[in-house]
Write a protein that binds this ligand. Structure first.
Ligand code: PLP
Length: 366
């Protein structure tokens, strides 16, 4: 097929750095002159052990993870981690606090309610788009943890601060924002994140957990979801998604080579500003429904043809975008409209092309 790369604005699985994919291609049939693909090697081989350890070390270095935190690679996706969090961390008091700001924190709360008592710290909004002021949250001092989703991928709502949990451990889903901004890991009890947006292909979920929170899983917790056990086995309890971890390790090295998280954060700010500025310039022809102070830098939903959106124009927008090789811009089926996801591998040039197309589209239909 054509080797020219598309402008991929997909929400996940998402665009990966082209350099990484071409490295993978070079090694695909013979990993380091072994005559075997990495895919064909034992997860207990020295080759895979090195990849496993290198990937952990890269995450530790990139996010400045303190020594008293463990880094685990799991399967089951972000959704599996929703259950795992509850089964590993809710045992202490039998309840947990959830800040539901959109689709994914809503799903996490629903999953956790299978294993204990879930308290919503503020009532769930009919339509996400804002985060209630912290002073209005009802926190429970006997909660095992306070859970929130840093960046709601579907809705486009992002926390630009870490909530104050009053000494209750904080659990955070960073699936769509991990490695896009500086994070003070020491503020968290546990961070979870699927790799398939910013740091790799689907198949591996990263868990960063404070050591003292290990050791108290529920009796019913399956061993593949047991953080304590997975940690003890250094993430090779059973066959991991070896190929996914291998590609992720390369993406992490790519981030390091390209200036680390600080550089990703700077680019993320620039890319999202280009898009939000274009909306302002368009006088609401392109319009984002999210409160300004909680707008995501990563997943940016917008309507075409005014704040309510014009579905006909939006269909035309998507159709014309595809002709220009701009793909996966359709908003999530629950939200409608358009959504542009600007993960680390999406370049400023990609976003500039999108903005040019938007300006040109408005000239014709605005
Ligand atoms: N959490 C967030 C923030 C997500 O964006 C997603 C998927 O898009 C998930 C969790 C669920 O991940 P998975 O599909 O790997 O279960």
């Amino acid at each position: 097929g054509s080797s020219q790369s598309a402008l991929n604005f997909g929400a996940g699985p998402a665009k990966l750095p082209r350099e990484v994919l071409s490295e993978v291609q070079n090694e695909l049939l013979s990993f380091k002159d072994s005559g075997m693909s990495l895919m064909e090697m034992s997860h207990r081989s020295k080759e895979y052990s090195k990849i496993n350890n290198d990937a952990q070390n890269a995450i530790r270095q990139l996010l400045n993870v303190p020594d008293n935190y463990k880094i685990l690679f799991m399967q089951g996706g972000g959704t599996g981690a929703f259950a795992a969090v509850a089964m590993n961390l809710m045992n202490r008091t039998g309840s947990a606090d959830y800040a539901v700001t959109g689709t994914w924190s809503g799903k996490a709360a629903k999953e956790a309610a299978k294993y204990g008592k879930v308290n919503l710290v503020f009532p769930k909004a009919d339509k996400p788009g804002s985060i209630p002021a912290e002073s209005t949250w009802t926190l429970n001092s006997n909660a095992s943890y306070l859970y929130y989703c840093d960046n709601e991928t579907v809705d486009g709502v992002e926390f630009h601060y870490i909530p104050n949990s009053k000494d209750v451990p904080i659990v955070c889903d960073m699936s769509s924002s991990i490695m896009t901004k500086h994070v003070d890991v020491s503020k968290f009890g546990c961070i979870i994140g699927g790799a398939q947006k910013n740091i790799g292909p689907a198949g591996v979920t990263v868990v960063i957990i404070r050591e003292d929170l290990l050791g108290n899983p529920m009796q019913i917790c399956p061993s593949v979801f047991d953080f304590t056990h997975i940690n003890k086995e250094n993430s090779v309890h059973n066959t991991p998604a070896t190929f996914s971890v291998y590609v992720m390790e390369k993406v992490l090295q790519w981030i390091k080579k390209n200036g680390g998280v600080a550089a990703m954060e700077k680019q993320s700010a620039e890319k999202s500003k280009l898009l939000y500025d274009a909306m302002i310039q368009s006088n609401n022809f392109f319009s984002c429904p999210i409160d300004e102070d909680v707008r995501s830098r990563i997943n940016i939903p917008f309507r075409v043809g005014g704040p309510q959106g014009n579905e006909e124009l939006e269909a035309k927008f998507l159709e014309e975008a595809e002709k220009l090789k701009m793909y996966q811009l359709k908003g999530h089926r629950s939200v409608g409209g358009i959504r542009a996801s600007l993960y680390n591998a999406v370049t400023s040039e990609d976003v500039t092309s999108l903005v040019k197309f938007m300006e040109e589209f408005k000239k014709r239909y605005g």
